[in-house]
Design a protein around this ligand. Structure first.
Ligand code: HPA
Length: 285
């Protein structure tokens, strides 16, 4: 990063501000993607902190992303929820996209549950399906748009972190059990992260299918990479809001409206699975 103060100080300043508003330690960070923010309303003993008030934070500019932390208890577990996130395509530098995760780590989190809206590439997926992310392909990251590029501060994590098994096996098992209990048909697959903001061409989608992607979206991988750098456990879900048109004559092109219309159909499934996962985790306060 080029901005002063340095990243470590920026993180500490943001965490100090949050602590001044709500001194409760954090255990789990939940990032709710496009149209999926409603779960935050189930939080009890909630305190809301707008990103706009936190020093160093970027503001979300996308419809459907309200841009605040909701801190409280969800199904008996202390959580901090990011209702809305910032995206690379909004023009924010990648360190800024990773900042909330690093601040959450400074607040004490051990676990990140990350969600997004995604296009389904796997032909067996339908609109409104819920996919648990088993791994990701960060095309943005591989192409040099990586939140870890720059001087490495060892206080935040190692220079060369491994991202093998980035999505935690125990948390995935909790999700599978939770889905079974809630009668949710939980798909599983690999999430491809692209920069956006345009939706992909049919040729790009065929390429993504060819390299093993089951769903594609414009977020998540950056936050997951930062979380793993900070040794935070990760669980991820994609809500399939549209299905990929692998050739140009395959129906209507995708639109943001289509994404926002599908999200309410996914939210109840996502909420049921997250509830089951949190109940199984039950981290001590
Ligand atoms: N592509 C990229 N990002 C997305 C999509 C898509 O089809 N749907 C929702 N987010």
């Amino acid at each position: 990063m080029t901005d002063a103060p340095d990243l470590y100080t920026t993180i500490q300043n943001a965490a100090a501000y949050i602590r001044s508003r709500d001194a409760r330690p954090w255990k789990v960070l939940l990032i709710l993607g496009s149209g999926l923010g409603g779960l935050a309303e189930k939080t009890v003993n909630a305190n809301r902190i707008s990103y706009a008030d936190i020093p160093g934070f970027a503001r979300s500019t996308v419809a459907g992303h309200s841009g605040q932390f909701v801190i409280g208890d969800l199904f008996g577990v202390p959580v901090s929820i990011m209702q809305g996130r910032v995206h690379f395509y909004e023009g924010h530098p990648l360190w800024q996209i990773g900042l909330p995760v690093r601040v959450a780590k400074a607040m004490g989190i051990e676990t990140l549950i990350v969600t997004n809206a995604a296009g389904g590439i796997n032909r067996t997926f339908n609109v409104a399906d819920l996919m648990m992310i088993t791994d990701h392909i960060s095309l943005a990251g591989l192409a040099g748009h990586n939140p870890l590029i720059g001087p490495n501060d060892e206080r935040l994590g190692p220079r060369f972190p491994a991202v093998t098994g980035a999505y935690d096996a125990e948390l995935q098992a909790f999700a599978i059990a939770a889905a079974r209990e809630a009668a949710v048909d939980l798909k599983q697959g690999v999430y491809a992260c692209v920069s956006g903001p345009m939706f992909e061409t049919p040729a790009e989608l065929r390429f993504l299918r060819g390299i093993g992607a089951d769903a594609v979206g414009m977020s998540t991988a950056h936050e997951v990479v930062v979380a793993r750098h900070a040794d935070v456990r990760v669980l991820g879900f994609s809500g399939i809001t549209n299905t990929a048109r692998l050739s140009a004559d395959e129906g209507e092109p995708p639109s943001h409206q289509e994404v926002m219309e599908a999200a309410p159909k996914i939210a109840p499934k996502l909420h049921a699975v997250i509830e089951g996962v949190l109940r199984r985790m039950n981290p001590p306060r």
